[in-house]
Design a protein around this ligand. Structure first.
Ligand SMILES: [Zn+2]
Length: 281
């Protein structure tokens, strides 16, 4: 069994065929997904999808959505974490973090930092791990994490230096790898995937984003109407890259990354012992 530890099934890109996407994922052996929210308006959607399809979800406000969020959204997050605290499918606070890459977001760095720190505190209070968005922001994320420690989690789509990777691991986080690793020119990511301790790695698609190389379309191709949408059914093929880099069999890759995901998100492990999918509540 494979776990997609980061998948935006609630994204509008899936509105037309979401059930088929889920069916293809299951057929490919990817039967668990962690659905991180990106904004307060999505909290209900990720929760409902997780319950409908036997997945898990995280609640949080994404750094690239902070400009559109108002301060009351932090209260909404606090209330939602309180309301669903006994929901076994609520496994983390996320997607939270800092994006220092997207130029339009630069102006909002201060506000991003404010939301990030506030959400770390909420995660800490709830005793939940975090799912972190890291883009050119690893050192700033680490500084706050040291100030406001949490019980662990995942630094998703990790693309930092070996030293930054080691710092995240020392703070109890695992690192998420996905489609970016399938590009041969992604030397740094591939080097990390090949050499980090085996307990450090979790797999993710970030669908509909970060398509693997076989789904990638250039900006020009997309402008001409080509679609470049990632989906969770791609995870086993993405995992082949990881297995190849590490000299693992696919079975080994599935077992190790599943164990790592369970360690990163303990409630996900507890879900495996639940009986057949519960009724949505
Ligand atoms: Zn994401």
């Amino acid at each position: 069994m494979w776990i997609d530890t980061h998948c935006h099934l609630d994204a509008p890109e899936f509105d037309a065929d979401r059930d088929a996407v889920v069916a293809r994922s299951r057929a490919a052996g990817v039967a668990r997904w962690v659905l991180p929210a990106v904004a307060a308006a999505h909290f209900e959607a990720v929760r409902a999808l997780a319950h409908a399809h036997g997945g898990a979800y995280a609640l949080g406000i994404h750094p690239l959505y902070v400009d559109r969020a108002d301060d009351a959204d932090l209260d909404r997050l606090r209330e939602a974490l309180q309301r669903w605290r006994d929901d076994p499918r609520l496994v983390a606070v996320g997607e939270i973090g800092l994006d220092h890459f997207v130029p339009e977001a630069v102006a909002g760095r201060e506000r991003q930092a404010l939301f990030y720190a506030a959400q770390l505190k909420l995660a800490r209070a709830a005793g939940l791990p975090v799912i972190l968005h890291v883009r050119r922001s690893a050192d700033a994320l680490l500084a706050q994490l040291r100030r406001i420690p949490v019980v662990g989690g995942i630094a998703h789509a990790f693309n930092g230096s070996p030293a930054q990777a080691a710092h995240f691991l020392a703070l109890g986080l695992r690192l998420g790898f996905g489609g970016a690793m399938t590009f041969e020119r992604a030397l740094r990511i591939r080097e990390l995937a090949a050499t980090l301790p085996e307990t450090a790695l979790v797999l993710e698609t970030d669908a509909p984003d970060i398509p693997p190389h076989w789904l990638y379309r250039s900006a020009a191709e997309r402008a001409a109407g080509a679609v470049s949408r990632n989906e969770p059914a791609e995870l086993p093929r993405i995992a082949e890259t990881l297995a190849g880099l590490r000299g693992w069999s696919l079975t080994q890759a599935a077992a190790q990354t599943t164990a790592n995901a369970h360690a990163a998100l303990p409630r996900l492990a507890a879900l495996e012992s639940l009986a057949s999918p519960e009724q949505p509540s």
